[in-house]
Ligand binder design. Structure first.
Ligand SMILES: [Zn+2]
Length: 121
């Protein structure tokens, strides 16, 4: 059920973007879709984000908009040789360049709002 809290967070973030646009006194628009990146290491299942989305956007500027999700692969930065790599069973989660396991996860741990797509009315 933690997918619902991610959806709510993304909707709130997108709402802020819309409010900033409104503050600029722009031409009338509606939110066409939002694009959310789902990190590989979050355990979040995009299907559930889609399922909860219509409920989460009710009564917001995002009502009637679409949700688009993208998979964001995990990336680790090797602290020994500066290589960035995808951790997986193929390299035993270690660096393919120097075999180090001293790595820092730099991508894939979060659910991110990538884009709010607006459409002129
Ligand atoms: Zn390395």
């Amino acid at each position: 059920m933690h997918e619902m809290s991610y959806v709510v967070r993304m909707v709130n973030l997108a709402q802020k973007t819309v409010e900033n646009e409104l503050a600029k006194d722009a031409a009338p628009f509606r939110v066409k879709k939002i694009v959310v990146q789902v990190g590989e290491m979050t355990g979040v299942i995009p299907m559930y984000l889609h399922r909860y989305y219509p409920e989460a956007v009710k009564g917001t500027y995002l009502e009637e908009s679409e949700l688009e999700t993208e998979d964001l692969p995990a990336m680790v930065h090797c602290l020994d040789c500066d290589t960035e790599y995808h951790p997986g069973t193929e390299n035993n989660y270690s660096c393919p360049n120097c075999n180090s396991i001293q790595g820092k996860v730099v991508q894939g741990r979060d659910v991110l709002l990538k884009e709010v797509v607006l459409e002129d009315l």
